[in-house]
Design a protein around this ligand. Structure first.
Ligand SMILES: [Zn+2]
Length: 489
């Protein structure tokens, strides 16, 4: 396919899909069979060891998996290795190819029954050097990072007067024509929240801002980084591309640099910026989904899917996003591999390719395995904060099973949630497309957006104790989903 149709397809995906598939609890859709169902808290909890969904043995084994995982260092070793030996790994890059080989080697070494990589051809955006400089009322360098899919400026850069908007809604509502020929600055602020809802509220400024600015005739866009830190680092992330307007050069500024622009603007000073972005879009490349399985003993054709994404942005080390998730789901499945008891259904780890800029891996997986019965899908893609809640998105007949799971996870500080869960970005793509039953293990994201998509997304930000708590939750949930006497669909 040619690059313009690739871009327009990506634009449609990012415009429509991105907001609904953020790693942030922003999923807004609902299934008919999820409506009107009781919340997990309203379902009577399993009493004693047994429940309708699980044998006493299955529940006891889940508790063993949970407790062993709390003392196991595998997830830390995996994420440490990934951050150290591979590092940042944008889809289609040389580092991404090394990450695929790394994941296959790890899966085989950990004793999974099968491990393979499905090729996913794609077109990628590649970053070149960039810079931002305030040129009036005085000159100073600003800390910036270009957004994914940003257009390039001329090599010498582009200089223009700045027009300031407090948020995306203000830009959308402006019919004055004052953005024409100027650089739009969106000073959108993000609220710190445990569940990531602050990101869901703020991120449309990044995803949709450049297209809205182009519609107003702007020549470029800068925005306050979508993040919650006060560090002098900028947060990248994808912007959508709309075939009806030319893509703009677009970049995020660090919060302290955005503050400078805001204060000068509040003082009535006219602002000018020079922006340099070098980048190329539509480059043909190849990535892979890496898949590792423990085969089921009784229902091997039915799959419990534990997902994460192997790619990362090109900044930082891809530690929290999503090295932690890769390590958590591999270590959780390995807990099941380690013990002699085989699950009834197949437990499948899927490390998706290119979550960050197009969901190519998730879409390829959905096409390739559309006919496979998925008992449950979920994804760990919210850093390494502790799990505090279990949410489902399953048929009403499966709610007692989830209530029993919640009881099992309660000693880890996990609450029972509702049946409107968001299983993570790649899994949400699959859930919407195939209506596969899904699980969300809500993580504490209070500090996630301090480092998300920045140079500060590094291994030292991961708490090894919280990492193990995540592994314990996923191991128990995966085992019970594989054992359940009840189909979750
Ligand atoms: Zn992620």
């Amino acid at each position: 396919m040619n690059s313009s149709s690739a871009l327009s397809r990506r634009g449609a995906l990012l415009g429509l899909g991105r907001g609904a598939a953020l790693a942030c609890g922003a999923f807004a859709g609902s299934f008919a069979w999820a409506q009107g169902a009781p919340t997990l808290a309203e379902v009577p909890p399993a009493t004693g060891a047994a429940s309708a969904a699980f044998s006493a043995d299955d529940l006891a084994h889940a508790a063993v998996l949970r407790d062993r995982a709390l003392g196991d260092g595998l997830a830390w070793r995996l994420v440490e290795s990934l951050c150290t030996e591979i590092g940042p790994r944008p889809a289609g890059s040389e580092a991404d190819a090394r990450a695929v080989a790394w994941a296959l080697g790890q899966a085989r070494g950990l004793g999974f029954d099968r491990a393979w990589a499905d090729p996913v051809p794609l077109r990628v955006w590649q970053r070149g050097p960039g810079s931002a400089e305030l040129t009036a009322p005085h000159r100073r360098r600003l800390v910036m990072v270009a957004l994914g899919n940003s257009a390039a400026t001329p090599p010498e850069g582009l200089e223009a007067e700045v027009v300031v908007y407090p948020d995306l809604a203000a830009l959308r509502a402006d019919d004055s024509g004052r953005a024409r020929g100027r650089i739009v600055f969106i000073d959108q602020k993000m609220e710190r929240t445990q569940d990531g809802s602050g990101y869901g509220a703020a991120v449309p400024a990044r995803v949709r801002g450049p297209v809205e600015a182009a519609r107003k005739g702007a020549v470029a866009l800068v925005l306050r980084s979508i993040g919650t830190d006060r560090d002098r680092v900028a947060h990248t992330g994808a912007m959508s591309v709309d075939p009806s307007v030319p893509p703009l050069p677009a970049a995020a500024l660090s919060a302290p640099d955005a503050d400078v622009l805001a204060r000068l603007h509040a003082a009535g000073q006219p602002l000018r910026l020079r922006l340099v972005v070098q980048a190329v879009a539509g480059v043909e490349a190849l990535t892979h989904n890496v898949i590792a399985e423990v085969r089921g003993s009784e229902l091997p054709e039915e799959v419990v899917l534990l997902g994460a994404h192997l790619d990362s942005w090109d900044v930082g080390q891809g530690a929290l996003d999503d090295g932690a998730g890769v390590a958590i789901v591999m270590a959780a499945a390995q807990q099941i591999v380690q013990l002699a008891r085989r699950p009834r259904r197949t437990v499948r780890v899927v490390l998706f390719g290119n979550e960050e800029n197009g969901f190519d891996g998730a879409r390829d997986y959905g096409t390739r395995y559309a006919g496979v019965r998925h008992q449950l899908i979920g994804e760990s893609d919210f850093g390494a904060g502790r799990v505090w809640r279990l949410r489902s998105r399953v048929g009403p007949q499966a709610l007692p099973a989830f209530a029993a799971m919640a009881t099992l996870l309660a000693p880890l500080g996990v609450q029972a949630g509702d049946n409107q869960g968001n299983p993570g970005p790649d899994a949400a793509v699959l859930m919407r497309r195939h209506r596969w039953p899904a699980v969300e293990l809500s993580q504490d994201g209070t500090h996630y957006f301090d480092v998300h998509h920045t140079d500060n997304d590094t291994l030292d930000r991961i708490d090894p104790v919280a990492l193990r708590q995540n592994v314990a939750c996923w191991a128990a949930v995966a085992w019970l989903a594989a054992q359940s006497r009840v189909a979750f669909a």
